[in-house]
Design a protein. Structure first.
Length: 130
């Protein structure tokens, strides 16, 4: 990998770290220098209590499948229980998140249960249908 590709990758990691920090209110950090010593030692972006092993990819056509394989391998090597997820953005395109369906389904179920709980709380608070 050439230095310009590494620089673009580092910019992509920093972009995602800033986005996650802003959108989720977490202290997301890019793990750049730690990765150069051992690429499986740290996820690309982390914060205390982060439930995901985040692999970031940025470029003309990032290989999402290879990136997910890389994240899954790192999780296995580290004995981590975090869910592997890829955050990727093609040049001049919207970012995507890629993860295993088996990891996404529990999150979807939890969201739907939370949404039902909010509806029930609203019905209890406003019995007349306000």
């Amino acid at each position: 990998m050439g230095s310009s590709q590494r620089a673009k990758g580092a910019r992509g990691e920093l972009e995602f770290a800033r986005l996650l920090a802003s959108e989720l209110g977490v202290d997301a950090l890019r793990q750049g220098m730690a990765q150069s010593r051992d690429p499986h030692a740290h996820a690309d972006v982390e914060w205390p209590g982060c439930p995901w092993w985040i692999e970031c990819k940025r470029g003309a056509k990032p290989n999402h499948r290879a990136a997910l394989h890389q994240a899954r391998s790192a999780v296995a090597v580290n004995g981590s229980e975090r869910m592997p997820v890829v955050l990727a953005r093609d040049d001049r395109a919207d970012a995507v998140a890629v993860m295993l369906l088996s990891d996404w389904l529990p999150m979807a179920r939890a969201f739907l249960q939370f949404d039902e709980l909010l509806d029930e709380m609203h019905r209890l608070r406003f019995p007349g249908g306000e």
